[in-house]
Design a protein around this ligand. Structure first.
Ligand code: HEM
Length: 437
């Protein structure tokens, strides 16, 4: 396998950074490149896949679910282990195609009422300020674990009406699902029984333990997440009986076109999806955005001085950092993409980390420009699965950077960042910072 492709696929590469030069060399040659699929840790080797590297072709794939399916082989590179596991992941809307996908998507859109969102936005601003103020007296702190990690948890807890004391469970679950290529994250157990509800204690007691080889059950199976499902089931049953004024209670009240309701089983799967999708993604975007600012001090100062640039700056962080680096589809028919013949059944992997640096779509793509205009980045995907939490993610990013500028002013690195071992999420696990004096 050519060296550049091996580099892109190897999760160890990302311990030192995203291989932008290798991606650029391949992108210059072709929009679509065949990539081998070696065994990675406990996941076996696969047949290989088409890597899509250019902006226009990534959009073409994402807006065309009839040709490039999320349902057929789900959305991770490696196939789920067996038919039962495939059937399991297909219950998540992420791994469905229209029209099946449209039902939940429509119901969710209705549950995010302007009133519920406005209330959430107020709370987010308060939490962001509190989190930054908590570290203001310290000479140094770890921005990733001590500041950024909690904001998505507080937000998700509010969205689901989860008791705030239980929120670190979601931290562990999303680490286990998304950070499976990184031992520290795969075995994450930050939520303790102390101070949490009885419901959380019952879930923690079910946390899977590694076998004698240090391996956990595959997190893409129900057996891999027994603690999450136990918790989600109790919460779903409770909400069915006692709906509150949170967004997920709104969802439970909604009625679909056929007069049906969201079942407790569907609620459990949504709980799985949101705990993961609305959590680590943002936890990586926040330190990623701060890393971008700290490595472009002029842009940092420009933004601090002109907060009207916060909106475009957040989009530029999402483009430049690309917290989610890739997703998969499967071709349903023989087709052609960017001049390459694709056969029905082939795996297609869109690389946002490459498309977001495509010179055909962005002038000087490697430059971090907080006022970039236009900025048609693909950080939240594109088409029917476009991130449903994009607005909430941006609200959280704007709130945390506002609080950081107000309370800490200018900060600088206080040590090397520690990066996540993953070819899926562009993650920073630890980001030591201190106030610049
Ligand atoms: C910066 C943070 C985030 C990034 C980079 C991100 C990225 C993405 C991407 C790329 C997709 C498309 C997946 C695909 O096409 O297969 C997606 C979907 C999704 N995201 Fe996000 N996301 C973020 C934050 C959030 C938040 C805060 C939430 C919830 C509160 C959320 C919930 C979801 C859900 C439920 C889906 C699936 C939508 C569907 O299948 O229709 N995400 N996200």
């Amino acid at each position: 396998m050519p060296a550049d492709i091996a580099t892109i696929v190897d999760p160890d590469t990302y311990l030192t950074g995203v291989p932008h030069e290798a991606l650029a060399r391949l992108r210059a040659e072709s929009a679509v490149v065949w990539m081998d699929e070696p065994a990675i840790d406990q996941w076996p080797a696969g047949p290989g896949f088409w890597g899509v590297l250019r902006h226009a072709e990534v959009k073409e794939v994402m807006r065309n679910p009839a040709v490039y399916s999320s349902h057929l082989g789900a959305t991770q590179i490696s196939d789920p282990p067996g038919d039962k596991a495939l059937a399991f992941v297909r219950q998540m809307m992420l791994n469905q195609d229209p029209p099946e996908h449209s039902r939940l998507r429509k119901l969710l859109t209705r549950a995010f009422t302007p009133r519920a969102i406005a209330r959430l936005e107020d709370r987010i601003a308060g939490w962001a300020r509190e989190l930054v103020t908590n570290v203001a007296d310290r000479t140094e702190c770890d921005f990733a674990t001590e500041v950024a990690a909690d904001l998505p948890l507080l937000t998700l807890a509010e969205l689901f009406g989860v008791p705030s004391a239980d929120r670190w469970l979601m931290f562990d679950w999303s680490n286990r699902v998304i950070g499976y290529q990184d031992t520290e994250y795969a075995l994450s157990a930050r939520a303790g029984a102390d101070g949490s509800t009885d419901m959380a204690k019952r879930a923690i007691a079910l946390r899977p333990r590694p076998d004698e080889h240090g391996r956990l059950p595959d997190q893409r199976t129900r057996a891999g997440m027994p603690d999450l499902y136990a918790y989600a089931h109790e919460l779903g049953e409770y909400k069915r009986r006692n709906p509150g004024d949170d967004i997920m209670s709104n969802l439970m009240r909604e009625v679909d076109d056929e007069g049906g309701r969201v079942s407790v089983g569907e609620f459990e799967n949504l709980f799985w999806l949101f705990s993961v999708a609305g959590n680590e993604t943002l936890r990586n975007a926040l330190p990623g955005g701060l890393f971008a600012l700290m490595s472009h001090v002029d842009e940092y100062r420009r933004l601090r001085a002109d907060r009207s640039l916060l909106g475009p700056a957040v989009d530029e962080m999402l483009r430049w950092w690309s917290p989610v680096m890739r997703f998969r589809r499967t071709a349903t028919v023989d087709t052609e993409l960017g001049g390459t013949r694709i056969r029905a059944g082939d795996k297609i992997v869109v690389w946002f980390s490459a498309a977001n640096r495509d010179e055909r779509a962005f002038a000087e793509p490697d430059r971090f420009d907080i006022a970039r205009e236009p900025n048609d980045h693909l950080g939240f995907g594109h088409g029917p699965h476009y991130c449903i939490g994009a607005h909430l993610a941006k609200v959280q990013m704007r709130a945390l950077f506002t609080a950081l500028f107000d309370v800490l002013g200018e900060v600088e690195p206080a040590g090397e960042p520690v990066r996540l071992r993953s070819n899926f999420q562009n993650g920073i696990k630890h980001l030591p910072i201190r106030r610049r004096t």
